[in-house]
Structures are given as structure tokens and as C-alpha cells.
Design a protein around this ligand. Structure first.
Ligand code: CP3
Length: 342
């Protein structure tokens, strides 16, 4: 079957003897070829919005390692950028946005994106699609509204995203308006990525784990569920992976309410719980500790073996529990792939 893509097999219900594998942030600073193009591009957003460069960076880890999926090179914060917010990425500092930290400022948020902003992203998807080997899946993505909102409110990443949590408690109506806008824009954005050729999309909710259960239901689950419904209204068989990082036991609630094809687990997931409550219903993805990948040696081998042993008999896409760290040695990635593939 030369045209089959192992990742799509897993997402549609078919466990694979050798789990397909890709890594979150597989295109990035641990690769010298990424650093070279990043330096040439100048700004991070120019790299994201120049189709030739974004496509090239997307393909770099596929050429080097032969991963089973390519993930579009972009960022979750292109959505606030398309809504007219100022977004910059300073080297070594992470993202900076003009904060929307009170109800009055929230009211100024545009209700519609500037659609032209996304055109180069879709062009990058088309370019990658035509360059990929037939067995390799192309993944698109967006941030979940809650996680994108945390950056829009604080104007940056913070240790526990307290500014957005506070604003959601103090100004729930104004906050809900922003979440609703993000649901609409993100749905359109994912639909167009799929139309341009993405085989599946992942919704990154990096900050899901800072919310108490009722807030998790309101700000993480409900908006993500709406996005999935809007996307499937246009593309009924759209393949969608959810990543509510840090959800813990609430992962069960998440999959009961959000009809995703797979959930990505962070490295704290409890294997018995995941097998019985999650993997029995949907495919799972993950969940190697990025620090084990950084450490290498026998600790890495054992961590890889544990994941295969815990989840390898069911529907598994091997991945990290969060993004690869910039200091990660390339030979540790190679070691991991040899260990998985034999
Ligand atoms: O996974 C991939 O290879 C695809 C590309 C991708 C990037 N960001 C590139 C990037 C994806 C899927 C993302 C998602 C993203 N962006 C998330 C959700 C997943 C996660 O990691 O939690 C979040 C929260 C962001 C926001 C963001 N972008 C932060 C907090 C940072 C700074 C942290 C850092 O690693 O520098 C970024 C910048 C960023 N996004 C880089 C890359 C390769 C580094 C920028 C650089 O090269 O200077």
C-alpha cells in the first residue's frame, strides 16, 4: 500500500505494529539547518509568512530523520496577529504582544481576521504537500482559544497564566467575547489548512492544566468542542488531534465532550488510566519527557521502551509530551527513532 499514511491509519482506528512517530517542535533551534534559515529570515514571523521558507523548515526534520508526519511551520500566535494585535518574537525571550488586560481593551478586539494574513500559510501547506513522500502525513494546527487568550491577555508567557485566569473571573462576559472570536477565526483557519492539503490538524491547549474543573469545562473544553464541530460541518471526516496539556484525570472529560480522533498526552499521564479510560476510545499520542530525550543514554532507551510497553498494543502515535528542547542533541533523536523502529 504505497499511498497509506501510518498516522492516518492510527487516527482512523488501526493500531500499527511499529507506532508512527513525529515530535512537537521537530522543526526548530536544535537543528543547524533551522538556525541558518532563521538567521537569514531575520524575524520569526517573516519565516512563518514566507511560503518558500516555511515549507523548507517544515521539510528539514523529514529529510534528516524520516518522521511519519510533517507539522506545518508556523505559530499559534499568527491568529492574534491576523486580528491586528502586535506580535513579536525576541530572540531568547519568547513572544511579546500588546496586552489586552482589562474589559475596555478587550472590547477593542477586532471580530474578524485579516484573511490576507493567512494566505502565505496556506501556500506553504500546498508546497509541503507536493514535496512530501506519500507515506508522510502533513499536520496543520492552531492554538486552542484558551491558550491563545492567555498570551493575548498577559502579552507574554507567564509561569501559570494568572493574568488571563484573573480576567476570566473578573470579566467573564468580555473574556467570553474574546474566546468566541478566537473560536470563529481558528475554525476558519483550520478549515483552510485542511482544504490546502493538511491531512490532519492538532489543537494545542498548552495551558489547559492551569484551570480548575469548571473553568476547564468553560474555557478549554467548550470552545475546542465548538471548533471541532465547525470544522466537521465543512469537512465531515476531518482528522483532529487535541492536546490539553496538563489535563490529568480531566482528559477523560475532554474526550467525552470533544470528539477528537486522538489526544496528545504529556509525560505525567498515568498508563493504567490512559489505557482503560482514554486509549480504549481514541488514539493516543505522546508522551516522552523532553528531558529524557535531552538526557539520552539508557534513561532515554528505558523511557522509549516504557511508552511502547504501555501503549504500543493499541492506537499510538509516538511523540514527546511537549516540544523538543533547543539543547537536544541530534543523535538522541536518531537513537529514539532506532529504538522505536528496531
Ligand atoms: O512543532 C513544530 O515544529 C511546528 C511549529 C510550531 C512552533 N510553535 C514554532 C516555534 C508550533 C506547532 C508552535 C506552537 C506553539 N507556539 C505553542 C503550543 C505548543 C507549545 O509548545 O506549547 C505555543 C504556546 C506557542 C507560542 C510560542 N512560540 C512560544 C511560547 C514561543 C517561545 C518559546 C520558544 O521556544 O522560543 C514561540 C516561538 C517559537 N515557535 C519558536 C518556534 C520554532 C522559536 C522561535 C525562534 O526560532 O526564535
Amino acid at each position: 500500500m504505497p499511498n497509506s499514511k501510518p498516522i492516518l491509519e492510527v487516527l482512523t482506528g488501526q493500531a500499527q505494529a511499529v507506532p508512527p512517530v513525529w515530535f512537537m517542535r521537530q522543526a526548530g533551534r536544535y537543528l543547524p539547518e533551522y538556525r541558518a534559515l532563521r538567521a537569514k529570515a531575520g524575524s520569526f514571523l517573516d519565516l512563518c509568512f514566507t511560503p518558500e521558507w516555511a515549507a523548507e523548515v517544515t521539510l528539514q526534520p523529514i529529510r534528516r530523520f524520516g518522521f511519519d508526519a510533517a507539522i506545518l511551520f508556523s505559530d499559534i500566535l499568527v491568529v492574534p496577529h491576523a486580528l491586528g494585535r502586535t506580535v513579536t518574537f525576541e530572540a531568547g525571550e519568547g513572544p511579546r504582544l500588546d496586552p489586552l488586560d482589562d474589559a475596555a481593551k478587550l472590547q477593542t478586539l477586532a471580530t474578524q481576521e485579516d484573511g490576507k494574513v493567512f494566505a502565505p500559510v496556506y501556500e506553504a501547506v500546498r508546497r509541503v504537500k507536493s514535496a512530501l513522500p506519500p507515506s508522510v502525513a502533513l499536520l496543520g494546527f492552531c492554538g486552542a482559544p484558551w491558550t491563545v487568550a492567555t498570551y493575548m491577555v498577559a502579552g507574554r508567557g507567564t509561569p501559570d497564566q494568572a493574568p488571563a485566569r484573573m480576567l476570566a473571573y473578573r470579566e467573564p462576559d468580555a473574556f467570553a467575547r474574546m474566546i468566541d472570536i478566537l473560536v470563529e477565526v481558528s475554525s476558519r483557519y483550520l478549515i483552510e489548512q485542511l482544504r490546502a492539503g493538511a491531512d490532519a490538524v492538532q489543537i494545542f491547549d498548552t495551558w489547559a492544566g492551569v484551570l480548575p474543573p469548571a473553568e476547564f469545562a468553560r474555557w478549554s473544553i467548550a470552545p475546542t468542542r465548538q471548533i471541532v464541530a465547525s470544522v466537521r460541518a465543512e469537512i465531515p471526516d476531518a482528522k483532529i488531534i487535541g492536546f490539553p496539556r496538563g489535563a490529568g484525570a480531566a482528559l477523560a472529560t475532554y474526550i467525552d465532550q470533544v470528539p477528537v480522533n486522538a489526544v496528545s498526552m504529556d509525560w505525567t499521564a498515568e498508563p493504567g488510566f490512559i489505557r482503560e479510560r482514554i486509549q480504549s476510545k481514541v488514539a493516543v499520542q505522546g508522551n516522552l519527557d523532553p528531558l529524557a530525550l535531552l538526557a539520552g543514554g539508557t534513561a532515554l532507551d528505558h523511557a522509549v521502551d516504557d511508552i511502547i510497553e504501555n501503549y504500543g498494543n493499541g492506537r499510538l502515535i509516538f511523540n514527546l509530551g511537549h516540544g523538543i528542547l533547543p539543547e537536544t542533541p541530534i543523535d538522541h533523536v536518531e537513537q529514539t527513532l532506532r529504538r522505536i523502529r528496531g
